[in-house]
Design a protein around this ligand. Structure first.
Ligand code: G16
Length: 546
């Protein structure tokens, strides 16, 4: 073993050395920074994924992507055996390995193996996928070399969306019970269920089976194109920003959500239903122009409420006894939470940012719907719930209406990629619900009106000086910042604001909502100025959003 680890350290030092002392941390969704600073991290994450695979005796995934970030950033997300994000205790181990000095690599590896009871040589299998960034192939190679250096086996899926990789990992680790671990398996499973739910009437009421899609110039555009072969003509998707332009530049789900405006290069007519994916196709937001030509956003909150309402309806109609819960973060618009509590009558939970937190909380319900406002989310069904739905769908002795609703629920589970938020599967889920309700985009939007809101970014010397509590709704450090925020918020009708350090970008994020857009902007700006003042702001002083 010592020899093997020594050779692994040698390769790491020669080919993928850690070139600076800069500390890097496993953040909201893995490691994320400038691609050129990541080569040693990727080599080491290959090693770590192989170790984790040995420990769990299961496939582990390594996804090379920086998702919504602009180039030249890149990153890596590790996928655990059930398709979920890497377990929190291993994030600490990952950070330790990524920051080990070159000469300490071997001893750090030994320590990880020993502390986690891992015997090297046990079969290790790692699935590797990457997004379309120019830096991704090289970084993928670094990960592959890392995996092989400790005798792990690799399946390289090439360019795939993040949720596809999660799907493949889950399929293989469930002995294919969840599906076939390849692209054909993914497309077939989702499209068959989608088509069966849609039937032969592609339009219904105000619902029309065509939409415009902003592919963020990323992998989602490529995969949606390929998916169209399977979907046939039951849905017409016109793709813009399909890969010729720069990834996420002036387009993509984050751009649309944060700036509250349409992506570039997409003609938008009044009433046309449009959607945006992000760079690795795990986030989705919808938008349209209303009859006055105003831009209207339907974000993760709107998707969550639409989907939860539909699932609740089907559960009621099928007569199965299952509870539905909805999980959000502090970014959820106040109006959405009010709507969930007062109109939908669904239990709602709030957790810190990061799908890893939402996913785990959602698993506590029979049916857990989770979405971040940024459009990242999915629905998870407990094993017992899946069994109950399956039995009800197969029970022809049930009254026809109940049996039909159970059958719809059963199919709906296959449209949903339960392993992680998946923009393409979520898009088909939304389209299914709108089709079933016979709704156009305006009817969907009418459920509730968002409180005007604004997000800002503040650059500070060290974003980690910001510490939060209560699912990031309160700031505990630096001292005095929260009481300043409270006094600012108190001046605004329906005001709410919070700050938190981003886990994917080197900034502090500020969120604010209030009774008008001008007030939301003003509130965000005043809070951003306080952050700049009390948390050691650097660069330009935050200016009032335009
Ligand atoms: C990742 C996470 C999301 C999170 C987002 C922003 O998304 O998976 O859960 O909301 O980062 O995180 P932060 O505010 O900490 O920067 P993605 O799509 O970029 O992978």
């Amino acid at each position: 073993m010592a020899d093997l680890l020594n050779k692994s350290q040698q390769l790491g030092t020669e080919k993928y050395p850690r070139k600076s002392e800069k500390w890097i941390q496993y953040g909201t969704a893995g490691f994320r920074t400038k691609a050129e600073e990541l080569t040693h991290v990727l080599y080491r994450m290959g090693i770590l994924a192989a170790f984790r695979s040995m420990q769990k005796n299961a496939i582990i995934g390594v996804m090379i992507t920086a998702s919504h970030n602009d180039e030249p950033d890149n990153g890596v997300k590790l996928v655990d055996p059930h398709g979920e994000m890497l377990e929190a205790s291993w994030e600490v181990i990952a950070t330790k390995l990524a920051n080990a000095k070159n000469e300490d690599l071997e001893s750090t590896m030994s320590q990880i193996l020993e502390e986690n009871g891992i015997t090297i040589g046990t079969n290790a299998m790692v699935y590797v996928g990457r997004d379309t960034r120019p830096s991704s192939p090289f970084l993928a190679q670094a990960a592959i070399d890392g995996i092989k250096s400790v005798q792990g086996c690799v399946t390289d899926f090439g360019v795939v969306s993040t949720p596809q990789l999660h799907f493949f990992v889950t399929c293989q680790n469930t002995n294919k019970a969840y599906g076939e671990p390849n692209e054909e398996g993914y497309f077939s499973k989702i499209s068959s269920a989608f088509k069966a739910l849609r039937g032969s009437n592609y339009d219904n009421g105000s619902y029309q089976h065509s939409l415009s899609l902003d592919g963020a110039n990323g992998v989602g555009a490529l995969k949606m194109k390929a998916f169209q072969e399977y979907l046939g003509n039951c849905i017409e998707v016109t793709i813009y920003n399909s890969g010729d332009g720069k990834l996420n530049y002036q387009c993509g789900a984050d751009h649309v959500k944060v700036l509250q405006k349409p992506p570039q290069n997409m003609p938008l007519e009044v009433g046309t239903r449009a959607a945006s994916l992000d760079g690795d196709a795990d986030r989705l937001v919808y938008f349209y122009l209303d009859t006055q030509g105003n831009f209207k956003l339907l974000d993760g909150d709107k998707i969550a409420t639409l989907v939860a309402g539909y699932i609740k309806k089907l559960i009621k109609e099928s007569g199965v006894n299952l509870n539905v819960g909805l999980v959000q973060t502090a970014y959820a618009n106040g109006s959405s939470t009010e709507y969930i509590n007062n109109t939908l009558g669904v239990e709602v939970a709030c957790v810190p940012t990061g799908v890893k937190y939402l996913h785990h909380r959602a698993l506590e319900f029979d049916v857990g719907v989770y979405f971040e406002a940024n459009g990242h989310g999915t629905v998870v069904f407990s094993s017992a719930a899946m069994e109950t739905i399956k039995n009800a769908a197969a029970d022809e002795s049930l009254p026809a209406e109940r049996n039909a609703a159970a059958k719809q629920l059963f199919l709906l589970m296959d449209v949903i990629n339960q392993t992680v938020g998946d923009a393409i599967s979520d898009l088909l889920l939304v389209e299914t619900v709108l089709h079933a309700f016979g709704w156009g985009v305006a009817e969907w939007d009418a459920a509730y009106t968002d409180l005007p809101n604004r997000q800002m970014k503040v650059s500070v010397a060290d974003r980690n000086v910001i510490q939060t509590a209560d699912a990031e709704r309160r700031c505990t450090d630096p001292p005095g910042l929260q009481s300043e925020i409270d006094s600012i918020v108190a001046k605004f009708n329906k005001g709410r604001s919070f700050v938190r350090p981003s886990g994917t970008e080197d900034v502090v994020r500020v969120y604010a909502e209030a009774d008008s857009q001008a007030n939301a902007d003003k509130l965000a700006h005043e809070v951003a100025l306080k952050v700049y003042e009390l948390a050691n702001g650097v660069g330009n002083v935050p200016s009032l959003p335009k």
